[in-house]
Write a protein that binds this ligand. Structure first.
Ligand SMILES: NC(=O)c1ccc[n+]([C@@H]2O[C@H](COP(=O)([O-])OP(=O)(O)OC[C@H]3O[C@@H](n4cnc5c(N)ncnc54)[C@H](O)[C@@H]3O)[C@@H](O)[C@H]2O)c1
Length: 429
């Protein structure tokens, strides 16, 4: 099916894990289960079909270097699990804008020279998909790069909490240009967000009232250093908080929930430690408390998800999909245009991989049902499902996504298999 030609903006730790992952799994067997990847062959694209064709940064230590060298250049400090041979891709000088905040500008020096013509770079390298890995708070820089991406005619995968895919304005810009976008803010394989969502879901499903909770994160990479500048964090806080509260079908006072990055501890390097505490009330108004600690390497934890995201974005391009991709955004991102419970988001994404056009129908259903995009919609949890416009609109696909039907639908003669299954069920009943 050809290649997925990727351009990377921001050659930091996440880019390092992404590029290493492509090398590490290039010979993976299609039957293999690769941790953190949905499928070795996703919609016809093997992991090795993902090729980085352009890389952009502004750090003088990285610009001008081969990508294989730049990904292991300080201040990058993530786990090195693959030796990447020379790629022939030289890191190009980007546009700084607000990319470097108060703390990063103390350790990163801007490369001399002017910004390359990004549109020309993307066109010359025939990039299909552009991945945004800029530091948190790069609001102006992200929007500037998005304009270049639109002009060059590429799909966009937004890994950071600057809202693009979830905003109506940007959705329409991508729609008008006939290009797909997946965003916003990557949800790691098993990170703080998904863990907190699962625990919240458990409390809700077992009827424990959540009274208050916190999620504290700290790490020793430049992402955490940058996030010491609290003014850059507004959208990160919204993104992380709403990713959790969307699971809970009742409001929790702002004073009773704290979700956020908390400190920078250099010796942790790219490791991140997450502490979650949840306080709840059970039967008889008796208290129940839960404490949890998660230790992860931050960047590899998201790289597989991004490898899947770029392949989905390319499938979107191949099938002429435009605007925000609903299923993949909801599964891969913390702040998608439409939030769903994780298993529903997963089912939509599997359905998208089998039949990318299903995503356009899903969007149409959501829009017809009046479920507004770009807004966090409360009560997308299963207990809140009845009567919720969002979940009602989502129903037909969610039904199709049941495991048995999914297995049948993946095979040729799927219709016949479904009919046979229905007949069997009837007989049993
Ligand atoms: N699991 C995860 O690691 C995870 C999860 C969710 C979101 N994210 C987000 O992904 C982003 C990237 O994370 P990271 O750990 O790679 O960060 P990083 O600090 O290691 O890398 C950022 C890179 O961007 C470069 N840069 C800064 N301004 C630029 C500009 N204007 N143009 C081009 N390059 C510029 C920096 O020099 C650096 O190389 C962050 O916003 C982070 O919050 C990461």
């Amino acid at each position: 099916m050809g290649k997925v030609r990727v351009a990377i903006i921001g050659v930091g730790n996440c880019a390092s894990s992404f590029v290493q992952g492509l090398q590490y799994y290039k010979n993976a067997k299609e039957s293999e289960r690769v941790p953190g990847i949905m499928h070795v062959n996703l919609g016809g694209y093997h992991i090795r079909d993902v090729e980085v064709v352009a890389a952009i940064d502004i750090d003088k230590n990285k610009v001008g270097k081969d990508l294989s060298e730049a990904i292991v250049t300080w201040p990058n400090n993530t786990f090195v699990f693959a030796k990447v041979p020379k790629t022939g891709v030289v890191v190009q000088r980007g546009m700084t804008h607000d990319g470097l905040g108060k703390y990063l500008s103390k350790i990163i020096q801007k490369a001399p020279g002017s910004t390359v013509d990004i549109v020309k770079l993307l066109k010359d390298t025939r990039a299909d998909v552009v991945v945004n890995y800029l530091p948190v708070g790069s609001e102006e820089a992200t929007k500037w790069y998005v304009e270049q991406v639109l002009e060059a005619g590429c799909a966009f995968v937004n890994c950071i909490p600057v809202f693009i895919a979830r905003e109506r304005y940007w959705q329409e810009r991508f729609e008008k240009r006939g290009l797909p976008v997946i965003g916003d803010d990557i949800k790691s394989q098993v990170g703080a967000t998904i863990t907190h969502r699962v625990l919240s879901r458990l409390f809700v499903e077992r009827g424990v009232r959540i009274d208050r909770m916190y999620q504290l994160n700290f790490g020793g990479n430049t992402d955490f250093l940058n996030m010491l500048e609290r003014e850059r964090l507004e959208s990160k806080k919204i993104s992380k908080t709403s990713a959790v509260t969307s699971i809970i079908p009742y409001p929790i006072s702002e004073d009773d929930i704290h979700v956020g990055p908390s400190d920078y501890i250099p010796w942790l390097k790219d490791r991140k430690w997450c502490h979650i505490r949840m306080e709840g009330t059970t039967f008889g108004d008796v208290p129940l408390n839960l404490e949890m600690k998660l230790e992860v390497w931050d960047s590899p934890n998201s790289a597989g998800v991004v490898i899947d995201s770029v392949r989905c974005a390319k499938l979107g391009l191949d099938h002429g999909l435009k605007g925000a991709l609903v299923g993949p955004s909801s599964y891969f991102k913390k702040s998608p245009p439409w939030q769903f419970p994780d298993e529903v988001a997963h089912a939509y994404t599997e359905e998208f991989i089998r039949d990318p056009k299903s995503d356009a129908l899903l969007k149409e259903r959501l829009r017809k049902a009046g479920v507004a995009p770009a807004k966090y919609v409360a009560g997308a949890g299963r207990n809140a499902a009845k009567g919720s416009k969002m979940v009602e609109a989502a129903k037909p696909a969610a039904k199709r996504a049941k495991p048995v039907a999914r297995k049948a639908a993946a095979k040729p003669g799927a219709r016949r298999a479904r009919v046979a299954l229905r007949a069997k069920k009837k007989k049993r009943a």
